[in-house]
Design a protein. Structure first.
Length: 405
């Protein structure tokens, strides 16, 4: 696709004796020709060096201020009053009425005549056909990937194996790749179908997932999955960045809803993607339920919740919570004692670390720990009691029996 666009741009540049650039609808550079001795302004230099004009850039606002996204015919854009931009002509690239990008020609002396504009329009029409075909291919490629991914994530081994073969045959994922699943979940209110917004977020994150290969699919009306593949072992920090991009993309589309992303552990092969997917779903569920985890959570960071989330919900009832801890909850109206207990146990009984996290005085911590032992009739110096209290506190968080105040 880019080779065809480059050829169109080069041919037009030769015929007009002008430098040419072709951008996508977001003013991200696709191809450009040599500029020779032609003068360049800041906008063109930014486009070449950054491959785009950032939305926050004044140039982005300046160009869009001339209505180029709605234009059908060439738009003449004059130099700005500050003299930072050169006058230019923007030719919308459309096919069957749809906007696929812009063809740009610098025109510093505003000498471009109608004949040259007609040639530019012909080239823009040719570019529109190329971009339309590329869009069709991408949509088919994307649709195929989504269908295969749904089978791949099945717990049925035979179905997953067949899907893995189709995925690698279609070159959507390399054979021998390690794979990591990211699950996006939205706490939806009501029966609204959020699948379109989910698709936009997943597609955007997939496009930004390089150097990984990626496929994605929407699941139902409020969740989706992004599968990443690479021959190199994944790096946790890089996976977190992809997760953050996915969460932010969804938040932009759905600003009033709570959105969480769970990152699964790496699976050693494509056909074992279900393992990563399953644990990514669990990580997302914990992030949505338990305060303090943030919007993007990896399976590896769950700690004891990796074990608790595997238990059936009916096992995590009040019976699983020690009697002493239930008594503490009854007298702890503000939730301060439960928070103190959980923090103290999270910090392995370290007084200095607990004081820092709770931001309280040492004497206050001693007083609270004494009250906790009295209310629970359990000893924080006894290993079995500590373990029971710690697990009980985590079960409370996971089941939502007591909200963190």
């Amino acid at each position: 696709m880019l080779e065809e666009l480059q050829r169109i741009a080069e041919d037009l540049a030769v015929r007009l004796g002008r430098s040419i650039a072709i951008d996508d609808p977001q003013i991200r550079l696709l191809v450009h020709t040599a500029h020779g001795d032609a003068a360049l302004d800041r906008i063109r230099m930014t486009s070449i060096t950054q491959r785009r004009i950032p939305a926050a850039d004044e140039g982005f606002e300046y160009l869009n201020g001339f209505g180029i996204s709605k234009a059908i015919d060439p738009v003449r854009i004059p130099a700005d009053q500050a003299g930072e931009t050169i006058s230019r002509v923007c030719v919308p690239i459309r096919f069957q009425g749809l906007l696929f990008g812009y063809l740009w020609l610098l025109d510093p002396d505003e000498s471009m005549g109608d004949d040259e504009l007609d040639l530019a329009m012909e080239s823009a029409n040719s570019a529109g056909e190329v971009l339309f075909r590329a869009r069709l291919m991408a949509d088919r490629h994307e649709a195929a990937g989504q269908e295969i991914l749904r089978d791949l994530l099945s717990s049925n081994h035979a179905l997953a194996q067949g899907a893995a073969d189709r995925l690698t045959a279609a070159r959507l994922m390399g054979r021998g790749s390690q794979v990591v699943a990211l699950v996006l979940g939205i706490e939806s209110t009501g029966d609204a179908d959020l699948s379109t917004s989910l698709a936009v977020a997943l597609r955007k994150a997939s496009q930004q997932a390089s150097p990984w290969q990626s496929v994605w699919a929407v699941e139902g009306s409020a969740s989706g999955v992004l599968l990443l593949g690479s021959r190199n072992p994944p790096i946790a920090h890089d996976l977190e960045k992809v997760g953050l991009r996915l969460q932010r993309a969804a938040a932009e589309a759905l600003p009033d809803l709570e959105i969480h992303v769970g990152i699964g552990p790496a699976a050693p092969s494509v056909e074992q993607a279900y393992r990563s997917y399953r644990y990514a779903k669990d990580a997302m569920r914990v992030a949505a339920i338990v305060p303090g985890f943030g919007a993007v959570v990896s399976w590896e960071s769950l700690g004891i919740y990796r074990t608790l989330i595997q238990l059936p919900p009916e096992a995590l009832t009040d019976v699983a919570i020690p009697n002493g801890l239930r008594r503490l909850i009854e007298v702890d109206g503000s939730g301060v004692m439960l928070e103190t207990l959980e923090t103290y146990l999270d910090e392995a009984g370290s007084l200095p670390a607990s004081i820092r996290r709770l931001n309280i005085h040492r004497t206050t911590l001693y007083y609270r720990l004494q009250r906790i032992e009295e209310a629970t009739a359990m000893s924080l110096r006894d290993g079995s009691d500590r373990l029971a209290l710690h697990l009980g506190a985590k079960i409370i968080r996971l089941t939502g029996a007591v909200e963190r105040r």
